[in-house]
Design a protein around this ligand. Structure first.
Ligand code: KIV
Length: 294
């Protein structure tokens, strides 16, 4: 498949044309390359890296350096999709200077083309500061996992009239600040539908129903690799975890039973030369010969 480089204008243009935007997370070179070749529009190096790659219990533990390390790896495998780096906990909410510097690291060191930040109206000044520094920004509202302790857990947001109104206003303010798209996570589909029709920038849903302009999933969730818990919105589109377990069992059996590696997977020494080695080994003291080399 010959693919074209996706730009932010393409992402915005898709909403205008009524075309769905397909996005997913990636955290390493090899998987990112497969994702990129499959025509996915946007790849997010999500802070879910913390859980699915590094084994932390939530997304709050991952650091800027770890995010940059993985963004660099992903960027080496991506030539078509728009690459977005996810700003980790505390990297953009302490002060504007650090926020812009940290966002800049994703672009300059990581090779990302934009960053994503979690939060509503309260982070609009931060978004504007980043955009003033020529850094493109994706918003993220609803069940923002960096705020789980504030929410009291992974709880669906926007379930009351007041909370839903706040989400709609947050989306409008994010748009006004200049974000090029907004992730809507863990909110009722009806509220996501209203938000999607009230903003001109694309909404990307995760647990926000079918009326968003696009969707995103954590790749380890949708492939059945990360199975420690399964939110309602996660659908397994493959069972790679099971395939890996199956492959490892086959490998183990073949090694134990001397089946692998067979001749097909081994290197050959010329048969006629081999006799000379066998003769030599019978006629010399190998220990002495080896010692001479030291
Ligand atoms: O960190 C992440 O993977 C995300 C997406 C799931 C939206 O923020």
């Amino acid at each position: 498949m010959s693919l074209q480089k996706v730009t932010i204008n393409d992402i915005i243009g898709k909403k205008k044309k009524g075309e769905k935007i397909v996005t997913i997370t990636s955290y390493d070179y090899s998987l990112a390359k497969i994702v990129d070749n499959s025509g996915i529009d946007l790849i997010l190096v999500g802070d879910t890296l913390s859980m699915v790659m590094l084994g932390y219990k939530n997304t709050l533990s991952v650091t800027m350096d770890e995010m940059i390390h993985h963004t660099k790896a992903v960027s080496r495998g991506v030539s078509n999709a728009l690459l977005v780096g996810d700003m980790p906990f505390l990297s953009y909410k302490i002060n504007l200077t650090d926020a812009v510097k940290n966002a800049g690291r994703f672009i300059q060191e990581g090779g990302a083309e934009a960053v994503k930040v979690e939060g509503g109206t309260e982070i609009c000044p931060t978004i504007k500061a980043m955009i003033n520094a020529d850094i493109q920004v994706m918003g993220h509202i609803g069940l923002t996992p960096q705020a789980i302790y504030e929410f009291g857990g992974y709880l669906v947001q926007g379930k009351t009239i007041e909370a839903a109104k706040k989400l709609i206003l947050d989306a409008k303010n994010l748009e006004e600040s200049g974000v090029f798209s907004i992730v809507l996570e863990g909110i009722p589909w009806q509220i996501a539908k209203i938000i999607t029709s009230s903003v001109d920038v694309p909404t990307i849903g995760i647990g926000a129903g079918v009326y968003c302009d696009g969707q995103i999933l954590v790749i380890h969730d949708m492939l059945g690799i990360f199975t420690e818990f399964k939110p309602k919105f996660v659908k397994y589109f493959g069972n790679i975890g099971e395939s890996i377990r199956h492959a490892l069992n086959n490998y183990k059996d073949e090694v134990i039973n001397g089946i692998y590696p067979d001749r097909e997977h081994s290197y050959e020494f010329p048969e006629q030369e081999l006799n000379k080695i066998n003769e030599w080994i019978e006629n010399v003291d190998v220990c002495k010969e080896a010692h001479k080399l030291t």
